[in-house]
Write a protein that binds this ligand. Structure first.
Ligand code: SAM
Length: 313
């Protein structure tokens, strides 16, 4: 398959060979890769896919993301109802597509919501939807946020629920462990939603075949927005994880490795629950107990089962 050959050429840091491999390839992935590589070979370098997030926003509002985000919101709302947190922290909240409907759907409303988000346009979009809550925005990375916390008189001692949906995978593995360790004493319950990617070596033939097959499927889920989603989000994410020195948006790992990483950072009661059979890889909810005894009362057992009729705020 020519797309697999192109991906291999990117692993070998040979974008010209990658472009040649997809010449005349009429598959969705082949055509999208060809267009992306043409732009790169023309010297159009891309920054973070979240800096100018129109493509990311179109991506999460279409295709399998609709069902994925429904399941995510339901799981988060169930966590709020179970833990009754006085305060919630969302790490990498994006435009609030997971957070905001979860807050609306829950019966329990936290008194305070802290949102950490380095992309200015995404944070602004989230804040515009969060007016009904007492929100503390942190317009920065989670690493920087953690260094500022001790100096901020207004910061709470911790949060009953610390959540992160599809955002911790943007951190390199070692940095993620440091972030989790720093969050531990400030976290009541951790709720992370991520993808259970296959246990194959990055850049191996199995990995490249897996990427080619799943990205073809992902692209097929978009129609009018396909070019925007492909060029502004999916192709930079795909090639960024393969080409040496490229801007990398994802550092993913299998669910088992996520659980081990969270455990090794000091969290207890780590549980992984399947959430959605998403096209790129199955999504899961990971919950764990941190070091902060911040929930209000005995929690009722909860599960990520979708609620049928979420109340409006
Ligand atoms: C795939 S998006 C997920 C956004 C949102 N949580 C959601 O579920 O839609 C990844 C988010 O992580 C943010 N991000 C990237 N690097 C980050 C960092 N170092 N600290 C905190 N957030 C980060 C991005 O700006 C982006 O909003």
């Amino acid at each position: 398959m020519s797309a697999v050959r192109a991906l291999q050429a990117l692993v070998d840091d040979d974008p010209e060979a990658a472009r040649r491999a997809v010449s005349g390839d009429t598959s969705l992935l082949g055509s999208a890769l060809a267009q992306h590589l043409d732009r790169q070979l023309d010297g159009q370098r891309s920054g973070s896919v979240y800096d100018a997030p129109a493509a990311f926003e179109a991506f999460i509002r279409g295709g399998g993301n609709v069902q994925l985000y429904d399941a995510t919101r339901a799981a988060l709302a169930a966590a709020y109802d179970a833990e009754q947190p006085a305060a919630v922290l969302d790490v990498g909240c994006g435009d609030g597509t997971a957070l905001v409907p979860a807050l609306r759907a829950a019966r329990h409303h936290p008194d305070r919501v802290d949102v950490v988000e380095p992309s200015e346009p995404l944070l602004e979009a989230a804040l515009s939807e969060l007016r009904a809550w007492r929100v503390h925005p942190w317009p920065t990375t989670v690493q920087e946020f953690l260094t500022r916390l001790d100096e901020d008189d207004d910061a709470p001692a911790g949060w009953g629920v610390v959540q992160s949906t599809f955002a911790l995978h943007t951190l390199p593995h070692a940095e993620r462990t440091e972030v989790l360790r720093a969050l531990l004493p400030r976290t009541g319950r951790l709720a992370v939603v991520e993808f259970d990617v296959p246990q194959v070596p990055v850049g191996s033939p199995e990995h490249l075949e897996f990427l080619a097959r799943t990205y073809e499927q992902g692209l097929a889920e978009y129609d009018d927005d396909r070019e925007l989603v492909a060029q502004g989000f999916l192709m930079p994410v795909l090639t960024g994880q393969l080409r040496p020195g490229a801007v990398r948006a994802t550092f993913e790992q299998p669910a088992q490795a996520w659980a081990e990483q969270v455990r090794s950072a000091g969290f207890a009661d780590v549980e992984v629950t399947a959430l959605d059979d998403y096209w790129s890889s199955p999504a899961f909810l990971l919950t764990a107990r941190g070091g902060a005894p911040l929930w209000r009362g005995p929690a009722t057992p909860w599960s990520p089962t979708p609620r049928t009729a979420p109340p409006t705020p």
